[in-house]
Design a binder for this molecule. Sequence first.
Ligand SMILES: O=C(O)c1cc(=O)[nH]c(=O)n1[C@@H]1O[C@H](COP(=O)(O)O)[C@@H](O)[C@H]1O
Length: 249
Amino acid sequence: MFIKKYRKARDKNTSILVVGLDSDPEKIKGFKSVMEFNEHIVKETADLVCGYKINIAFYEKSGWRGYKALEETIELIKNETDLPIILDAKRGDIGNTARAYAKAYFDKLGVDSVTVNPYMGRDAIIPFLEKGHAFVLLLTSNESIGDVELHVYHKVLELAKELEKSYPERIGIVVGATRKEYIGKISNASGGLSWLIPGIGAQGGNPEVLRELKGKDIVVNVSRAIIFAENVRKKAEEFRELLARQYFD
Ligand SMILES: O=C(O)c1cc(=O)[nH]c(=O)n1[C@@H]1O[C@H](COP(=O)(O)O)[C@@H](O)[C@H]1O
């Protein structure tokens, strides 16, 4: 179960850092394959993180070869570590289709959590909660949140909290670290929901936002700033420290 694996890894490694394996084949230098690259990242970081997030887009862009690398990467993490895996797929569809996605990700791929787009409402979310854990998009890190999210995020929060009653410890929210002005308010209203916080590193989000989230189950994703660094382990250590200082102290 995602939350148990996460808490165990967080406490063991004193880390809320999740490394994002956004292993864009066009950016990988000096490795024969995506799989070899991911093996290197996992070997260098497994004792510094509380999990991995894999964004499916960077695998799908290579067709079936990319999907094979995705499967092999998940196998590797499961064989070599006890760390939870979040599949960042941002799915959201009618119940029948959502059930097919949930089956693919939890039963076939065997990940622990999936990111879900809540725009279609509970039918699109529940199939994921029945099989595992889901992080629903609440207030994302990108520029254009004013187009839709700012008008509806409070509704998404209400829905997530309602679903949490039937699926305790199986649902979380995605809030960008670039959303400093909203985080305190959302934190006060978020109860026992877990948090996925992207946007630190390449997107310039502020790690100080974590001070408002002490005691909550949070994972902070950093992708490009770590995986494409010259010294991956050193960068991951720096981010782990930076985040831990805000959250644990
Ligand atoms: O759901 C996500 O993970 C996500 C939500 C969000 O609001 N912003 C965001 O950047 N992400 C993802 O988090 C990762 C951020 O990558 P870096 O900017 O390279 O650290 C990417 O996989 C994004 O797709």
